[in-house]
Design a binder for this molecule. Structure first.
Ligand code: 8NA
Ligand code: MG
Ligand code: MG
Ligand code: MG
Length: 350
């Protein structure tokens, strides 16, 4: 692939994660889809922020971007995955800014890590929720830098995702959600946005990957042994249903919009793929924006589903499709672009 396009895709993925989080943070709405009124506000807000830069306050990012930033910064400075360094940065960043909307359980992990002076990186996470570990989407929401870092090595991707995720999430469903999100970004990075996306191939490739991963894992202890493979099948079925209706209620019912990785990562993948085509009620020609706007319109965990959708879409389209005025309204967008560049420079053989 052309190197300037690939650099743009690295930037796009980091920036997409940030934009989805910043916008989504403003539309947190319990577990209901956005009301028609709020959808209208969202449409107008994108329209306004795409226009000439006004004095609208900068949108703050949340835990999703805080952790993405820490992870990217660690990779760039250490030049490899240094798991203790990553854990220290997560903890430091949390105690500096604890009000970034962290999950209620994960805070205990940060306290224990600080308490044991990082002597054991995994134990605090394994003790979560009566030793089940967390199945929240906190592993998946921050995984973008790892997908970029492993651009040239899919075999490393799985192991690297597992290590980074286990700092806070040891439940298989939490880990596999992070793997699926990373795999979706990885696939997007490798595709040429100037060619029409083969949506069915994209899903089939993910189903194939998750089938293997979920089969390789023993003792899942769940009624449904291949939950992500099943949910990706649902994504496929929903995509196949024609028409331009946004199917919001059906998507929420079948794919979910919650903080659970299983009921948010497949949703983000669906949003990216569905937004290849126009969606009624969302007025934009820009498929990157459409994906994030659609993701947020589903309600629920809007910052995280918006962020995960943005990371996948940005990795596919690259920075070209990201409105530069919007970026000026997102906290730390310059830093996120620079981190995308640095990850590109250290990862891609030039
Ligand atoms: P987490 O590990 O605390 O998990 C999130 C939540 O999932 C927990 O608080 C539990 O309610 C539930 N949960 C996870 N695993 C289990 C289990 N084994 N048994 C029972 N319940 C369980 O944190 P996380 O990092 O996974 O959370 C990520 C989400 O939290 C993201 O959406 C992030 O943005 C944040 N979040 C914040 C707000 C907010 O506004 N404060 C709202 C939603 C989500
Ligand atoms: Mg958040
Ligand atoms: Mg939220
Ligand atoms: Mg969230």
């Amino acid at each position: 692939m052309d190197l300037s396009l690939l650099r743009s895709k690295f930037r796009g993925s980091m920036l997409g994660a940030l934009i989805g989080d910043c916008f989504g943070n403003l539309y947190d709405n319990g577990y209901n889809s956005l009301s028609d009124g709020m959808k209208f506000v969202l449409q107008k807000s994108f329209d306004t922020l795409e226009g000439p830069v006004s004095k609208v306050p900068v949108m703050q990012y949340t835990d999703d971007s805080a952790m993405t930033y820490s992870l990217a910064k660690s990779l760039v400075e250490q030049k490899e995955l240094e798991i203790v360094d990553v854990a220290k940065r997560f903890v430091k960043s949390y105690f500096l800014e604890p009000n970034r909307g962290y999950g209620t359980g994960v805070v205990t992990v940060f306290q224990k890590l600080r308490g044991n002076k990082f002597a054991d990186i995994i134990e605090p996470a394994t003790e979560q929720f009566n030793n089940q570990g967390s199945w929240g989407n906190g592993g998946a929401m921050r995984i973008t830098p790892i997908a970029l870092f492993c651009y040239e090595n899919y075999d490393n991707l799985l192991d690297t995702v597992r290590k980074v995720t286990q700092i806070t999430h040891t439940h298989k469903v939490g880990i596999d959600g992070a793997i699926l999100q990373a795999a979706a970004i990885y696939q997007s990075l490798h595709l040429d946005p100037n060619e029409e996306l083969n949506v069915m191939n994209f899903i089939d490739d993910l189903i194939h990957k998750m089938d293997k991963i979920e089969k390789d894992e023993e003792g899942l202890g769940l009624a449904e042994p291949q939950p992500y493979k099943i949910q990706l099948g649902v994504v496929k079925a929903l995509i196949s249903e024609d028409g331009d209706s946004p199917q919001v209620e059906k998507v929420i019912k079948k794919l979910g919009n919650s903080v659970a990785a299983l009921y948010s990562v497949p949703t983000a993948i669906f949003c990216f793929l569905r937004a290849q085509k126009p969606i009624s009620g969302i007025q934009t020609e820009n498929p990157f924006r459409r994906a994030i706007q659609y993701a947020i319109s589903l309600g629920g965990d809007t910052d995280t589903i918006g962020s995960m959708t943005g990371a996948i879409a940005g990795a596919y389209y690259g920075e070209e499709k990201i409105n530069s005025n919007i970026l000026q309204h997102c906290e730390s967008s310059t830093e996120f672009r620079v981190l995308g560049d640095k990850l590109f420079e250290m990862t891609v053989t030039q």
